[in-house]
Design a protein around this ligand. Structure first.
Ligand SMILES: [Zn+2]
Length: 288
């Protein structure tokens, strides 16, 4: 009896933060790590991204994947010849389980400081509990935040200055980052974007009263940006796998330098958002 309950506890503790379904597992397949541009490297998986910004004074990691992604990210960093202990700053674009699930393990492995917006700090320190859209549906190991970052703030490490761009809506504290890199004597603006998708979200939303104005503000901020390289929390937002294939076919042209995907992404997600808001208002009016 005792052993049986021990087994049950063990089973429970293993599965509580585990990947829910086939889709998540598909999103978490290993990808050979590679240099994207300048000092920016890809260390994530097939759909769930993770980026390493390397500096001589240590590195910055943006997004930490699922709980199951953490060991892959560690391996990818090592494969590129970097030391995991040299990661000094952990950042996160959206505190959902598929981007923050690996945070606890990566914080232990790196000893790095975790920096996040005030709003997503609540989610990170709660382990994803009480999400305005998903409730307690997608939990992960909570992580203590070391510093809260604000819109417009510059995060400095070594020769790198990374600008914080607040892009709320997808999560209340969803954040994007902007970095200038140099390659072959040219300067490029790199955007690390959170998300403007609204998966199954309710509009209006009593748990997030400012949701529509936050999305509006986010779209107007993002539309003003002109990234040379568009990167984001999900690979499909910027055709990660397609670009990897192109890179493997021809190493002399960098497929990540292009602007069309960003314009298409903004147009598509904004259209989807407006349709969701409109159809839910229409439904509401029909009921009244
Ligand atoms: Zn999300």
């Amino acid at each position: 009896m005792k052993f049986k309950s021990f087994l049950l506890i063990l089973l429970f503790s293993v599965s509580i933060f585990a990947q829910k379904d086939e889709r998540d597992r598909k999103w978490n397949q290993p990808v050979e790590p590679f240099k994207i541009i300048g000092n920016v490297y890809y260390v994530g998986v097939t759909e769930i991204t993770s980026f390493l910004i390397a500096t001589p004074k240590g590195h910055i990691l943006i997004d930490e994947g699922f709980t199951e992604t953490a060991p892959i990210i560690k391996e990818n960093i090592a494969k590129l010849g970097f030391k995991i202990q040299d990661v000094k700053i952990l950042l996160n674009t959206q505190a959902h389980y598929d981007h923050a699930g690996g945070l606890a393990e990566l914080k232990r492995a790196t000893g790095a400081k975790m920096l996040i917006s005030a709003e997503d700090r609540i989610l990170i320190e709660n382990g994803g509990k009480n999400d305005f859209a998903f409730g307690d549906g997608y939990l992960y190991e909570p992580v203590k935040v070391d510093k809260v970052i604000k819109d417009g703030e510059i995060i400095k490490l070594g020769n790198v200055s990374l600008k914080v761009i607040s892009t709320p809506g997808h999560t209340k504290g969803c954040t994007s980052f902007w970095l200038e890199v140099k390659e072959n004597g040219k300067k490029y603006g790199v955007l690390f974007h959170g998300s403007t998708t609204a998966p199954g979200y309710k509009f209006p939303n009593e748990k997030y009263p400012n949701i529509i104005t936050d999305y509006e503000k986010t779209f107007s901020v993002l539309k003003k940006l002109k990234p040379d390289v568009f990167l984001a929390s999900h690979g499909n937002f910027f055709d990660l796998l397609g670009k990897i294939e192109k890179l493997n076919q021809n190493k002399s042209i960098n497929p990540f330098i292009e602007s069309q995907t960003y314009q298409d992404y903004l147009a598509d997600t904004e259209k989807d958002l407006r349709e969701k808001i409109k159809s839910q208002q229409t439904k509401k009016e029909a009921k009244e």
